[in-house]
Design a binder for this molecule. Structure first.
Ligand SMILES: [Zn+2]
Length: 409
């Protein structure tokens, strides 16, 4: 038996007037999700805890059975892992932007004109740097994004950022956020690294040529989101499932990588609202041939919610639904457990995450069916799963996979 776990980011919502007082999910025409709801078990998921608004990072940890209160140390380590850096416990990881600074030390573009090409070569110029015995690893991601790791003894994540978050100002100083010698050392290393990087980047051929073309050079690094890499449980060892992650966004790949899942790298996988959903679910289907557990993440639902656009969110949910026919019992050749939910609610009226629980459906070939016939926030209240915590989801689904998590004789 295999397990497909679909997470639609920011899925949950509130009733909206222009959608006949239904949520985007309830208003959407979703025959496939409704089929899973009618054949499966439904409930409402408090991803972290009732009344607590999840971030996408803490939410996914909880969904994979990893208690974020115990293991979460900031977003940096997951972003770094998502970009492809090998993150080791104890590393201090940061989110980083290539940016543009002028001769008066003013940040004129926080994203270096959303530079498309060449940041990998720029990152190479800074490769294998070591300051005070601390190794510095920088890896470029998409466009202006990069990740930075400090690896060594006596470091701290209690450190402020240098990103002023607005253009037309100088970069901020790195400041220790406590009195520890570790935080002071970390501030010194970052300050020295950023100065060296500025010189090397300013002299890079690519940047000289960008300037001559009137493009903003990627000659500075803005560094934020410090986090000490946690030692998280290994998902495969924990559950005995060979696991894979099908996602476009770096954060989701990073969480999967740190939990020990195989990250499917495929050019067809992209994130956001323009993602090719048909390709993504093709990849998920192919991945199910080789793995027991396939986590598939779709981001667009959250983006439309942050934009406050319920109609586009509703249409996007319909597009996702169209691709789910592959996994219906009549179409999938083996026994498959399907679990569908969101990582949190992002009501279009909030344009931000909320603590509202999200609907969840678990279908397995012989599960105990409830009376719910459609997938949606209000319908799920009648389901036999009741109200659940995110961290209990894996246990419930293991029971469907007949993998026993037993307590007691
Ligand atoms: Zn999210």
């Amino acid at each position: 038996m295999k397990l497909l776990f679909i997470v639609m980011d920011g899925l949950g919502d509130r009733p909206i007037k222009e959608l006949d007082d239904k949520t985007p999910l309830e208003y959407a025409h979703t025959p496939n999700m409704d089929k899973f709801a009618s054949m499966g078990m439904n409930g409402l998921l408090h991803v972290i805890s009732p009344g607590v608004t999840p971030g996408s990072d803490t939410a996914h940890l909880a969904l994979f059975g990893v208690d974020p209160y115990k293991y979460y140390t900031g977003r940096g380590p997951f972003e770094a892992a998502g970009i492809g850096l090998e993150v080791k416990p104890g590393d201090i990881a940061f989110r980083t932007n290539f940016a543009t600074i002028n001769s008066e030390d003013i940040i004129t573009d926080r994203r270096a004109g959303r530079i498309k090409k060449g940041t990998k070569e720029l990152a190479k110029l800074l490769e294998k740097m070591e300051i005070d015995g601390v190794k510095i690893l920088l890896k470029a991601g998409t466009e202006h994004r990069a990740a930075l790791i400090l690896r060594g003894d006596g470091l701290s994540d209690k450190i402020s950022e240098n990103d002023p978050h607005v253009e037309g100002k100088g970069p901020l100083e790195f400041k220790p956020l406590d009195d520890s010698p570790e935080a002071q050392k970390t501030a010194r290393i970052l300050t020295s690294f950023v100065m060296k990087a500025k010189t090397l980047l300013s002299n890079a051929e690519l940047n000289i040529s960008r300037e001559s073309q009137g493009l903003p050079p990627a000659n500075y690094l803005l560094i934020r989101g410090a986090g000490k890499a946690p030692k998280v449980p290994n998902f495969e060892e924990e559950y005995g499932l060979e696991s894979a992650c099908v996602a476009g966004g770096g954060l989701y790949k990073g969480i999967g990588r740190m939990l020990g899942m195989k990250i499917i790298e495929d050019q067809r996988l992209t994130g956001g609202t323009t993602t090719d959903l048909s390709a993504k679910f093709d990849v998920a289907l192919e991945t199910l041939e080789k793995f027991d557990f396939v986590f598939t993440h779709v981001k667009g639902t959250d983006n439309f919610s942050h934009d406050g656009n319920p109609v586009e969110k509703m249409k996007f949910i319909e597009k996702i639904d169209e691709e789910l026919y592959r996994f219906l019992p009549e179409n999938f050749k083996n026994d498959l457990v399907v679990m569908i939910t969101g990582d949190h609610s992002t009501p279009c009226s909030f344009k931000d995450h909320s603590a509202d629980p999200v609907p969840v459906v678990i279908y397995s070939p012989d599960c105990r069916v409830d009376k719910v016939e459609k997938f949606g926030e209000s319908y799920a209240t009648d389901g036999n799963l009741g109200h659940l915590l995110g961290k209990h989801l894996m246990g419930i689904v293991l029971n469907e996979l007949r993998l026993v998590h037993k307590f007691g004789a």
